[in-house]
Design a protein around this ligand. Sequence first.
Ligand code: ATP
Length: 437
Amino acid sequence: MKVLEAKELAIGYRDRKVVEGVNFKAFKGQFICLLGPNGSGKSTLLRCLAGLLAPQKGAVYLKGQSLYHFLAKDLAKHMAVVLTERVSVELLRVFDLVAMGRYPYTGIWGRLKEEDNKKVWEALNLVHAQDLAFRYFGELSDGEKQKVLLARALAQDPELIILDEPTTHLDVRHRLEVTSILRHLSGEKGITIIASLHDLDLALKTCELAILVKNGKILAWGPPEEILTENIIAELYDIKDACFNEYLGSLELKARGHPEIYVFGGGGRAATLYRILAKRGFGILTGVIHENDIDYYIARAIGATIISERPFEEISLEAFKKASKLLERVSWVVDAGYPVGLLNRRNLELLRQAVARGKEVYTLRSQKEAFNLYGNLAQGFIYCSNWKNLIDYFCKPQERPRQEAWAEVNQASPCASVGRGRVIPKADREEAGHAPV
Ligand SMILES: Nc1ncnc2c1ncn2[C@@H]1O[C@H](COP(=O)(O)OP(=O)(O)OP(=O)(O)O)[C@@H](O)[C@H]1O
């Protein structure tokens, strides 16, 4: 069932146009979000859809009737609006504030009947705010206030709720709580929700339809899974230093810094490391990873240079050669401790090449595992117990163990039973709070 429709809408203030060419339909129980940069016109559009701002052109229809034919009280029975403007009801108790949502149903004195009281409690229950009922609104946190304003909207018993940035200023818990309440209202209660959001991740996870507003126009609209692509997000927000990964729903900083580090990843072992290296300004080269691997998605999102292989295929000679060439560019190589199987065994050979070419190899594997995989070659590795350890050595080269120190350590090392391995000197490790290798 069609609840709201915007036809050829042009909106703005006085003779200034903010957005034009707006056409869309909202159906029963749909959760629609407006996304766009600051100042693109999301709030203006919401105000117009709520009947608070007359359009410069076109019209808005509520259940097939022009919005402007509704009396305010009748409109409030169909539609509730939660805007970001500060609500000056600080001295009101929560119950009384939510009860104000019943005004379309009460008489001129606003006296609440049994049914109204029931609806107010129901609304408070729906947003999990019963325990706030007798607190003053002004005393509440932003997250609690948002829930109470939502309860007031629900008390109107509307078919449609329009919200301006309902999750802004909320911490992670409240953001998730408010979002899951909204999803429940649309999914279970069949209430249509139209909200402006700044959170792409939430838009992907909660909305059925996204409308992207940019430069006075609708840049795109459709299911977020289809339209929120890397390119469209870069265009929408003019992003150059980060990438949106549509599969993971996350924005990642691009890893195009210096010096460059080659990371052997796979099986999700390198995902955290990629992000941390990118955050610290290193350039990342990585491979050979399979194109269905979580590491591949993260590496792509951060704009790393990747040598990849098709899913479930053995690393081809072609990919091997490309990776081998790429390895020439770096001085530092990291073995992220990826699982080795039949399909990616060629990575072992690549790492051998790196050692032969005199690259410094850092590994997150245990010495035992490294010796099992690489044999005597593992003598030349630098063992790091975790990624923090590793990053410390990249960011503070003066703390890196020197060649001579490694030789000394190897002779008197607690790892002497293994008999070899360029381990981080024990004294250094303890000083830096590192776990024993
Ligand atoms: N009352 C007003 N009178 C005149 N211009 C206004 C008014 N309110 C907003 N604008 C202008 O309209 C444009 C769109 O503003 P709007 O608040 O709709 O954007 P927005 O996408 O909601 O931004 P944000 O994400 O920052 O909240 C801006 O250029 C803004 O300066």
